[in-house]
Design a protein around this ligand. Structure first.
Ligand code: ADP
Ligand code: MG
Length: 628
C-alpha cells in the first residue's frame, strides 16, 4: 500500500485554524479593532451591517502597510509584532500570533486598502477564501481600511450555526465595549448599517463610561488606585448601592487587554463583602499594569484568559485596592462640601500617610497583605471626616459598648469600665470629651426611637440605629474572629443549656469560631452544654437565647448566602446582638454609637447592604418649601 499522509493545502489549513480564531462576527470585530490599535490608530471607525454577517469594516488612521506587507499579512503566522522566542515574554501589542487575518480571509471575502505616510500611493488587495483575487495600486488616506464581507460564505454549516441577529449584535457590542473601555485615550465611531450609533471622543475613563453607558454612571463610581512594585491598579468601581442584578458590567484590563478572570472577579466581590445584597454585582472597570514578563497571554487563541506568575499577590492587591476605594470614598462625598459628590476627583483629603503606594514583597500572601495598615488608615480617615463634620459635646458616654475584644485582650484589663469605653470610642479625637463648642442644636435626637438625627454641615444626618449597631458589631467580631482574640466574661453561675442534636453538631463544627467570639462552653451530654463564659455584650441570663439566636441566624444565612464560616458568624452575632428599632437611647449613647460607627472601616452599610446613614441636604430641604 502506498503512503497516505499528505500536508494539507494552505486554504484548508487556514480554514481549520479559523475555527479557533473566528467563531462569529464579533471575533472579526475584535481582531480588526486590535490590529487598528496596534497600528497606532487614534481615530478608529467601525461599520457593521446585517449584524456583522454581511459586513464588518474597520478604518484606522494608523501606520498602514507597504505593498509587500499587504500581501504578507494574510499568510498564516505572519506578524510584525514578534520575531524571536524571547519576544513572547515581552508583548506590548494586542496581537502577536499572526493568525487573525489569515483566518478571517479563509472564511470571508476581504478587501483591504492601506497606505503608509511615506508612500504616495495606497495598495488595494482582495482575498476570498484564502485566494488572492487582486492586488492593485490605488489612492487612499494614510492608514488602513479593511472590509470583511459575507463571513462563512464558503462554509454554509458555520453560517447557519450563527445565532439570531440580536445575539450576534450583542456579541459585537460586548467586544466593542471592551476595546473602547480599554482605550479611552482613542477616538471611536460605531456605525450600524449607515447610522452612527456611537461617536466616542478621546478623553478620560469617566467620560468614556458616561458616553458609553448613561451620564448617571458618572455619579455612581469611585476612583480606585493602588500601586506596588508588582502591579499598578487603577480604574473606577461602582458604589455598592449601584449594583445590578445581572452581570456584564465588570471589566478587567491587564496591560490594556480585556481579560476574563473569575479569580480576580472574586477578589473584587470579596472587597464588597457585606455591602451588596446577595446575587447582585457591582460595576467595575479596573486596569492592571504588570510587567509583561510576569504574565502569559499565550493561554488561548482568543486571549481573554491570562496567567500571572504570582496570582495570589495580584488577588490581594486588587482586593485591597477596591476595599480601600470603597472605604475611603463612600464617606467623603457626603461629608466633604467642596467635593460634594465630586466622584471623579479624588475625594480623599491629601494626607501623605494615606498615599496608597505600598511596597509589597513578591511572596506576601493575602492575609499578610490584609494585615497592612490600610484598614487602620481607612478607619482613621473615616473618623477624621466625621470629626470635621460634627464637633460638639462634653458629655461622657455611658453607652455600654464593649471594648474591641482584640484590643482588650492585648491590654489585658479587667471588666469593661465606662471610662475605657469612652476613651476607646473617641480614639483620637476625644471629640465628645474636650470639644469647646457645644450648642443645643448639636445634640442628636431620636426619631421614634428608631433613627438618630444629628446636624451636620450640609444638613441633617439620619442614622438607622439598628443598622449602625450591626455594622459596629460586625467589624468588631470579624476582627476577633480573624485574630482569634476572644474576650470572654466569665459567668458566675455557669448555665446549662439544652440544644437539639443538629444544633449541637453545628456547634461542634463551629467550635473554633464560637470560641473566638468569646463563648466558653463544655459539652456534657449528647444534647447538653454548660456555658461558662460569654462575650461581654451578652447579658447574664440571656446566654441561651443569644447562642440559639446566633445558631438560628447562622443557619438561615447559610441557606440564602454563600459566606465563609467567619463571615457568617460575624454577621449572625451582629444581627442578633444589635439593638433593635424602638430602643430608647440617651444622648451620650447616641453620640457613642455615631462615633463608633465612624470608627468602622465601612461605616456606610450594614453587613447585609442596608444603608446606615442618610444625609438630608439643606438644599433638598429647601425644595420642600419652594413654590413650583
Ligand atoms: P497579529 O496581529 O497577531 O500580528 P494579524 O493576522 O492580525 O496578526 O495581522 C498580521 C499583520 O498585519 C500584523 O502583524 C500587522 O503587521 C499587519 N496589520 C494588520 N492590520 C493592520 C492595520 N490595521 N494597520 C497596519 N498593519 C496591520
Ligand atoms: Mg491581530
Amino acid at each position: 500500500m502506498s503512503d497516505v499522509i499528505q500536508l494539507l493545502p494552505d486554504a484548508i489549513a487556514n480554514q481549520i485554524a479559523a475555527g479557533e480564531v473566528v467563531q462569529r462576527p464579533a471575533s472579526v470585530v475584535k481582531e480588526l479593532l486590535e490590529n487598528a490599535i496596534d497600528a497606532g490608530g487614534t481615530l478608529i471607525s467601525i461599520v457593521v451591517k446585517d449584524s456583522g454577517k454581511g459586513l464588518v469594516q474597520v478604518i484606522d488612521n494608523g501606520r498602514g502597510m507597504s505593498a509587500t506587507d499587504t500581501r504578507m499579512c494574510f499568510e498564516r503566522h505572519a506578524t510584525s509584532k514578534i520575531r524571536q522566542t524571547e519576544d513572547i515574554y515581552n508583548i506590548h501589542t494586542l496581537g502577536f500570533r499572526g493568525e487573525a487575518l489569515a483566518s478571517i480571509a479563509a472564511v470571508a471575502q476581504v478587501e483591504l486598502i492601506t497606505r503608509r505616510e511615506e508612500d504616495e500611493i495606497a495598495t488595494r488587495i482582495v482575498v476570498e477564501g484564502s485566494e488572492f483575487k487582486r492586488t492593485e495600486p490605488t489612492t487612499g488616506p494614510v492608514g488602513t481600511n479593511i472590509c470583511v464581507k459575507n463571513l462563512f460564505y464558503n462554509i454554509p454549516a458555520r453560517r447557519n450555526f450563527l445565532k439570531s441577529n440580536s445575539v450576534e449584535v450583542r456579541h459585537i457590542m460586548d467586544e466593542f465595549y471592551r476595546v473602547v473601555l480599554a482605550r479611552p485615550d482613542l477616538g471611536f465611531r460605531f456605525f450600524q448599517s449607515d447610522k452612527l450609533v456611537y461617536d466616542l471622543l478621546a478623553g478620560s475613563l469617566p467620560t468614556r463610561i458616561s458616553d458609553l453607558f448613561t451620564s448617571e454612571y458618572a455619579t455612581q463610581l469611585l476612583p480606585c488606585e493602588e500601586e506596588t512594585d508588582h502591579v499598578r491598579v487603577t480604574g473606577l468601581v461602582g458604589k455598592p448601592e449601584f449594583h445590578k442584578r445581572t452581570r456584564g458590567e465588570q471589566f478587567f484590563f491587564v496591560n490594556k487587554r480585556y481579560i476574563k478572570s473569575s479569580y480576580l472577579h472574586h477578589a473584587v466581590m470579596s472587597a464588597y463583602e457585606a455591602m451588596l445584597p446577595e446575587g447582585s454585582f457591582p460595576f467595575y472597570t479596573l486596569f492592571l499594569e504588570v510587567d509583561p514578563q510576569h504574565i502569559d497571554v499565550n493561554v488561548h487563541p482568543t486571549k481573554t484568559e491570562i496567567k500571572f506568575s504570582d496570582e495570589r499577590t495580584i488577588y490581594a492587591i486588587v482586593r485591597a485596592a477596591v476595599k480601600r476605594s470603597l472605604g475611603k470614598n463612600l464617606v467623603s462625598p457626603v461629608f466633604d462640601e467642596e467635593n460634594h459628590f465630586a466622584i471623579f476627583s479624588n475625594t480623599e483629603p491629601s494626607q501623605p500617610e494615606e498615599k496608597t503606594t505600598t511596597t509589597i514583597p513578591s511572596r506576601l500572601n493575602q492575609k499578610e497583605y490584609q494585615a497592612l495598615p490600610s484598614a487602620e488608615i481607612t478607619r482613621r480617615a473615616n473618623l477624621e471626616h466625621w470629626e470635621s463634620l460634627y464637633r460638639s459635646g462634653d458629655e461622657k458616654s455611658h453607652f455600654d459598648f464593649p471594648k474591641d475584644p482584640a484590643e482588650e485582650s492585648k491590654e489585658n484589663t479587667s471588666p469593661v469600665t465606662l471610662q475605657s469605653v469612652v476613651n476607646r470610642t473617641s480614639e483620637r479625637g476625644e471629640m465628645f470629651l474636650e470639644s469647646e463648642q457645644k450648642a443645643a442644636s448639636d445634640s442628636p435626637f431620636q426619631i421614634h426611637h428608631t433613627y438618630i438625627a444629628v446636624h451636620v454641615k450640609s444638613g441633617l444626618m439620619l442614622v438607622d440605629q439598628q443598622a449602625a449597631h450591626e455594622r459596629i458589631l460586625f467589624e468588631q467580631y470579624s476582627l476577633a474572629l480573624e485574630k482569634k482574640s476572644a474576650v470572654s466574661q466569665q459567668s458566675l453561675f455557669p448555665q446549662t443549656i439544652q440544644v437539639s442534636s443538629t444544633d449541637l453538631a453545628l456547634l461542634q463544627e463551629l467550635d473554633e469560631e464560637i470560641r473566638a467570639m468569646g463563648f466558653v462552653f463544655t459539652i456534657v451530654g449528647d444534647r447538653t452544654l454548660v456555658v461558662q463564659g460569654v462575650p461581654p455584650d451578652v447579658k447574664t441570663g440571656t446566654e441561651q437565647e443569644v447562642l440559639e439566636g446566633i445558631i438560628e441566624q447562622y443557619k438561615s444565612n447559610q441557606e440564602r448566602l454563600t459566606l465563609s464560616k467567619r463571615d457568617n458568624m460575624a454577621r449572625s452575632i451582629a444581627r442578633r446582638m444589635a439593638m433593635k428599632a424602638g430602643q430608647r437611647l440617651s444622648e451620650a449613647e447616641m453620640r457613642a454609637l455615631i462615633d463608633r460607627l465612624f470608627g468602622c472601616i465601612q461605616p456606610d452599610y450594614a453587613p447585609d447592604g442596608r444603608k446606615t446613614t442618610y444625609v438630608l441636604e439643606l438644599g433638598k430641604i429647601a425644595t420642600f418649601f419652594t413654590n413650583t
